[in-house]
Write a protein that binds this ligand. Sequence first.
Ligand SMILES: Nc1ncnc2c1ncn2[C@@H]1O[C@H](COP(=O)(O)OP(=O)(O)OP(=O)(O)O)[C@@H](O)[C@H]1O
Length: 387
Amino acid sequence: MIRFEQVSKVYPDGTTAVDGLSFEVAEGELVTLVGPSGCGKTTTMMMVNRLIEPTSGRILVDGEDIAGIDPVRLRRRIGYVIQQVGLFPHRTILDNTATVPSLIGWKRGRARERAAELLDLVGLDPKTYGSRYPAQLSGGQRQRVGVARALAADPPVLLMDEPFGAVDPVVRERLQNEFLSLQAAVRKTVLMVTHDIEEAVRMGDRIAVYGDGRIEQFDKPATVLGTPATPYVAQFVGADRGLKRLSVTTIERDDLEEPPIALLDEPARSAAARLNGAGARWAVVLGGEGELHGWVPADALRIAGEHGTVGELARRMVAWVPVGAPLKQAFSEMLQHDAGWVAVLDGSRFLGVLTPAKLHEALRRSVDADARGVGRDEVQFDSVADA
Ligand SMILES: Nc1ncnc2c1ncn2[C@@H]1O[C@H](COP(=O)(O)OP(=O)(O)OP(=O)(O)O)[C@@H](O)[C@H]1O
């Protein structure tokens, strides 16, 4: 846990970089600090490992005031990842990764073993990359080594300053995703600095939006996007914040529609009659265990007349997403397959379909729920369709 209590930093030339900062990063939480250049993000971060000393206030790490901890000892408990990575050029990747374990007195064999384990964890085969030198790696691979090195001594706290800033957008997104799955496994307490709101929203459990040495809003990404606390935050997160919010709002069961269902083994005739009765133009086709098989148009069932089963007429379902995925993924599937709806699955089991109208409703409900501080299931809307 990292806790800031009324922390300020005034540099000797009189610049106030950070002004009366109070916030907390819970154990196992990833908090992103985001804001424009010069707003005090890096100063905030460097005060945690005492590379910069605050002018006033207290910072606690795991409940202990860091002012009383020897800086060298403190830094061993805190992994640090920076944009320039800062690998030693004349040391191999394995030795670079083993730096901190070696410094804190691990035996060489154990330190190297741990380093190999960590390289593996960040997706670099130690047999291939361990003996290389930093110059023999790509930018993205070097960033991964930076993360592996920071994690090598298993510190409870991780500080990351623009950790994926030096690579192109495609590699960057891959590294972000890799780090998120790594974090889901190691659950470090992470403070990450970025100037990129997309990165902040994507990575943070909560985000702190900075404006000139102060936090303007500290909340979950969806809340910051849905209900910006100040005009400054609204401007910083951008006019397309509704779109960004699609990435952080997940699909829930309540968002789904229940379409007509036809069973794989069922005679086409009985399915046709049912669809006809319901005035439906298509049905989702399920197997005996409720697993998704595909879909079938009502016309095809009618034409089949007395013969055949639903299975013989069913088409493959290409547009589907797992429940809990972001709405953005569902929207993207709809566009990619030119589909008016996507199937939502729990494992292989079919739960329902998401339509554009339901997607819009889910987004509005989540914005409203955040604004009122209630759960999404407590918000009801009258839709145009109900009017
Ligand atoms: N050693 C220093 N002496 C005087 N002023 C400083 C010093 N270091 C930083 N500052 C100033 O403090 C303010 C905050 O700087 P800081 O590096 O924390 O910002 P930042 O948000 O991390 O910016 P960036 O995104 O550009 O890295 C800036 O106005 C900066 O010029």
